[in-house]
Design a protein around this ligand. Structure first.
Ligand code: GDP
Ligand code: MG
Length: 180
């Protein structure tokens, strides 16, 4: 029937990249389960989590790939990037080096992913920004960098949920609309 045709579910692969410790696993858990782990989750190392969202009258299943610690070696396999329609490149606003390394992660994604992959730069841990002397990357600098490299940009917090759903939706919704 018409109704069941409309309920067809599309699966879109989204990957998270960025340095170890920036909060990738917590962003995934916040988005898919509304959970946060104070302790680092990197030893748990799940391969992917899923979350279904509605775009128009379509159900889009975002299959979100997270690293299991391999990012410490600054390199992820080609299979990790394969068929990804979107990527969140994550840095930590309190860790300058993690922002400097975004260039490296961008080069990797351009090498391995589809040329039309939708990218969003995510400055995580914005909950810490109110504390004096913690922020090491200004919003303006990161926004300019994202614009130069044709990426969306958002500052987020897996801890207090700021902009987490927003970050994922800025990738999933535009790609989902292309399917209609
Ligand atoms: P990953 O290595 O990139 O997957 O990072 P994790 O998700 O394992 O997080 C690394 C550490 O940063 C953990 O101790 C988390 O509790 C902490 N963390 C993650 N996200 C946030 C956040 O939004 N705010 C703060 N303050 N800490 C965070
Ligand atoms: Mg992790």
């Amino acid at each position: 029937s018409e109704a069941s045709t409309n309920e067809q579910e599309y699966v879109l692969k989204v990957v998270l990249i960025g340095d170890s410790g920036v909060g990738k696993s917590n962003l995934v858990q916040r988005f898919t389960k509304n959970k946060y782990n104070e302790a680092s989750t990197q030893t748990i190392g799940f391969e992917f989590a899923s979350k279904t969202i509605r775009v128009g009258d379509r159900r889009i299943k975002a299959q979100i790939w997270d690293t299991a610690g391999q990012e410490r070696f600054q390199s992820l396999t080609a299979a990790y990037y394969r068929n990804a329609v979107g990527a969140l490149i994550v840095y930590d606003i309190t860790n300058r080096a993690s922002f400097e390394h975004v260039t490296h992660w961008l080069a990797q994604i351009h090498e391995h992913a589809h040329e039309n992959v939708v990218l969003i730069l995510v400055g995580n841990k914005v909950d810490l920004a109110h504390r004096p002397n913690t922020r090491q990357v200004s919003t303006l600098e990161a926004a300019r960098f994202a614009e130069t490299h044709h990426m969306e940009f958002v500052e987020a917090s897996a801890l207090d949920s700021t902009n987490v759903v927003e970050a994922f939706k800025r990738i999933i919704v535009p790609v989902g609309r292309l399917l209609m």
